[in-house]
Ligand binder design. Structure first.
Ligand code: ZN
Length: 457
């Protein structure tokens, strides 16, 4: 039994002072009570305890490319040139050992940033020539092995990716390692189930049809039906050319098509949705599906700005993910989400309400929405939920002397991951005093893995 004593805690009832939170050996919160006067030497003393959200969208292997794609090619219109060239080079080289080491680093950095869960949108499946490994779920197994090392909660979403575009052209050279027809995908899902069953019971297996460009309409619906109780994630309406391509082939804008043809409900997490009309925003928000937002990556790729103001006014649910993993920071992700609205609308505190400041509203929204997107029983500090907990350091210069919502506002807008004191994922105490307990081992393996990838860059 773990017992935490928090000076302040944001529970399902709101802020409480001097609280004792007990965690069962199974990783769930067993009680929340007033600390009283007694003090037990085994109790872990923390500053401000808040829910640790899920990181709802990640492609782990892309972490190794972070910071390496900031040049342009010769063509004035193609700003993706260096990104694509480097991606292809990496895809010709990445081995299962390297993928495991990169994923462990990503998960460690997520925990150190305050996330409890990695929702991995996993599409790098096969050997460089496109042939499956002897075990079709070899790479999925490596993501699970990384999670066993990092201690993060894993929601694994094996991706089905079949075509190179809406015209159903075959996959290009840079996409061979992703491709599966429905039979191969069924094998992959079965192998993934075996791999993930080795992890503690908070693990979740869901499915991910990649996007409207990568699947037929029939396959997309079939994939969504394969795990009726698990989460379904889909990239949707990220860039203008994608919207135009879907409109040309499917006769409707992507969100319009999804609203008319899919049973969108709480199982669904729609990734990006930066390209929506006002009507699409309102209607989609009301389905109860989660928006899987990746503000730092969307800014890095120039995707566009999600309409958070109208989405949240319509009761829409949100989560955040680090997607390309160019930067893994919960505080910065939430800051970018709000400041992008301010820049577009010439406003301040865009997503605050009369009752809740920006930091409080965003952290609560992504905790609840992230848990829904991850298919995970967490999101609030409440008895019976997984103990996904983030302790913020009230001795940090940006947080010292603060109370309640202002702690979260300062963490998001003035602070960064250095405010993170402790993190638990389903009761696993992986970050202590700001540092992951296996940081040295994970960092060493990562350095060794990326050295050959960086040779001759
Ligand atoms: Zn993505």
């Amino acid at each position: 039994m773990t017992v935490i004593r928090a000076k302040q805690a944001l529970t399902a009832r709101g802020w409480e002072n001097d609280v004792l939170i007990s965690i069962n050996p199974d990783g769930r919160i067993s009680s929340i009570k007033d600390a009283g006067t007694g003090s037990d030497p085994d109790t872990i003393q923390v500053g401000a305890l808040v829910p640790a959200p899920a990181n709802s969208h990640s492609h782990a292997f892309q972490r190794a490319m972070a910071g390496l794609t900031e040049k342009r090619g010769d063509s004035p219109t193609d700003s993706f040139w260096t990104w694509r060239q480097l991606m292809y080079r990496f895809l010709d080289a990445l081995t299962p050992d390297q993928v495991e080491a990169i994923a462990a680093l990503v998960q460690m950095e997520m925990l150190e940033a305050g996330y409890a869960t990695n929702v991995e949108f996993h599409y790098l499946h096969h050997q460089p020539d496109g042939q499956p490994y002897d075990n079709p779920a070899e790479m999925a197994e490596r993501i699970c092995a990384a999670a066993a090392t990092s201690g993060i909660g894993l929601t694994l979403l094996p991706v089905q990716y079949q075509f190179g575009g809406c015209d159903q052209r075959p996959l290009g050279p840079g996409q061979r390692r992703f491709g599966n027809d429905p039979d191969r995908y069924a094998d992959l899902l079965e192998g993934s189930q075996t791999a993930i069953s080795q992890l503690p019971p908070d693990r979740v297996l869901g499915v991910a049809p990649h996007s409207l460009r990568a699947l037929s309409q029939q396959s997309l619906k079939a994939v969504a039906a394969l795990r009726p109780d698990g989460p379904v994630h889909l990239h949707l309406a990220e860039q203008i050319p994608e919207v135009e391509e879907v409109q040309a082939h499917w006769g409707a804008r992507p969100v319009e098509w999804a609203l008319d043809n899919l049973v969108l409900d709480q199982r669904w997490c729609l990734i990006h949705i930066t390209q929506m009309t006002a009507q699409e925003t309102k209607t989609l928000a009301r389905t109860g599906s989660v928006a899987g937002l990746c503000p730092l990556t969307e800014a890095s790729l120039g995707d566009g700005i999600f309409d958070g103001v109208h989405w949240m006014q319509s009761g829409g649910r949100i989560s955040v993910g680090s997607d390309s993993n160019i930067r893994i920071s919960l505080a910065e992700e939430l800051r970018q989400l709000d400041t992008s609205q301010r820049l577009r609308d010439h406003s301040r505190a865009a997503l605050a309400t009369a009752e809740q400041s920006t930091g409080r509203r965003l952290l609560e929204a992504v905790s609840v929405g992230g848990a829904q997107a991850a298919g995970r029983g967490s999101g609030w500090i409440e008895t019976g939920q997984w103990a996904d907990l983030l302790a913020l350091d009230l001795d940090h210069l940006d947080l010292a002397g603060l109370r309640g919502d202002t702690i979260l506002d300062s963490f998001v807008f003035a602070g960064d991951s250095r405010c993170v004191q402790h993190v638990w994922s389903a009761g696993r105490h992986m970050v202590r005093n700001g540092r992951h307990i296996r940081r040295d081992q994970i960092a060493r393996a990562y350095r060794k893995a990326v050295a050959p990838l960086r040779d001759g860059l």
